[in-house]
Design a protein around this ligand. Sequence first.
Ligand SMILES: C[S@@+](CC[C@H](N)C(=O)[O-])C[C@H]1O[C@@H](n2cnc3c(N)ncnc32)[C@H](O)[C@@H]1O
Length: 329
Amino acid sequence: MRISRLELAFPAGAPGRALILGADGAEDLSPFDPASTLIVEGMAQHHDALKARGFRVATSAEGSFDTALVTLPRAREAARARIAAAAAHLAPGGALWIDGQKTDGVESVLKEIKALGGISDMQSKAHGKIARIENPSRIPADWAARPLSPAPGFTTVPGVFSAESVDAGSAMLAAALPEKLPTRIVDLGAGWGWLSAQILGRPGVARLHLVEADHAALECARANVTDPRAMFHWADARSFRLPEPVNGVIMNPPFHTGRAADPGLGAAFIQAAAGLLTTAGRLWMVANRHLPYETELARHFAEVAEIGGDNRFKVLTATGAGARNRRTR
Ligand SMILES: C[S@@+](CC[C@H](N)C(=O)[O-])C[C@H]1O[C@@H](n2cnc3c(N)ncnc32)[C@H](O)[C@@H]1O
C-alpha cells in the first residue's frame, strides 16, 4: 500500500496547499488535509468517492500549490503529461513529488528526472518509490499532453484506453453488428468514441448514449462524435441508469482494474447492460476469448449466442434481459 511511502515522505503531513494528481477513491491519504488539498482525478467512481470523503476534487488542476504529488499512471506519455501539469501549478519554492509502483515504471521515470535536475528524499516501500524532484522548472515543456490521432478524424490524449490506434476487439465488434440497429442504444465504456461513431453510421439509431468513467476519454469522445443523436454521460457504467429502458446495448467492457485483471468488472457491465435493456432489447459485446462471460450472460439473459470472433476475441449477443419482469416495449 502506498500509504506507507506517503507516511515516510510526509511524516508531519503534506505542507501548505497540496495538489494530488491521481488517487484511488478508497486509499488512505492521511498525510493530506482535505481542507487544503485539491485532487485531480478523472475516473468517475474515484472522483465521487474522494469528494464524499471531503476532498476538493477536479478533473484538471487550477491554482498554485506548495506541495504537488504526482501518482504515476502506466502510460509513459501520460506520466510525463501529469508531471508537466504538476510543475506548471507549483508555487515558487513548492515541492514536487513523484510516487509510483515499480510495475508502472517509476524507476525509469525517476532515472530520467535525475538526469534532468536531480531527485532527493527517495523512499522505497511496498513495491514502489516516492521521491522529490529537485528542479521542477527543468521539466521539459514538451512533456505536456499532446493530442494523438489514432484514426482519421479522431483525436485522443495519452493515457486513455487504446490512445494510439483503434482497439482490435472494438473493430471486430463493429464488423459483427447487424446492418440495421435498434433505435435507442447505450455504448457502455465508450472510450474516445470510435465504436460509437461506427454505431451511428448504421441505419436505425435515433439516440446513442455514450457512458464512460474516464473524463479525459469522454472529452475526446465529445470532440470525435459530433452527431446530435449522441448524449454523453461521465459515469460509472456499473451504476448508470436511464429514466427509460433502451433496446440496444453495445460494449467492449474493460477487464482490468488498474493493472490487475478483473473479470468481475466485465460481469458488472453485463449486469448493468441487462438493467438498461427492455426484454426485447439486445446486447452485443466483445471480450477476450478466455474470459468466461457466458455464465454471467446466462444469469441475466434468456438467450445467448456467439456470432463472431477468432482465437483472441469472441463477439457475443444476448436478448431477453430480466424476462421475468416483462418490460417489453
Ligand atoms: C475496452 S475499453 C473500450 C473503449 C471503446 N469502446 C473503444 O472501442 O475504444 C473499455 C472502456 O471502459 C472504460 N471504463 C473502465 N471502467 C469503467 C466504469 N466503471 N464505467 C464506465 N467506463 C469504464 C475505460 O476507461 C475504457 O474506455
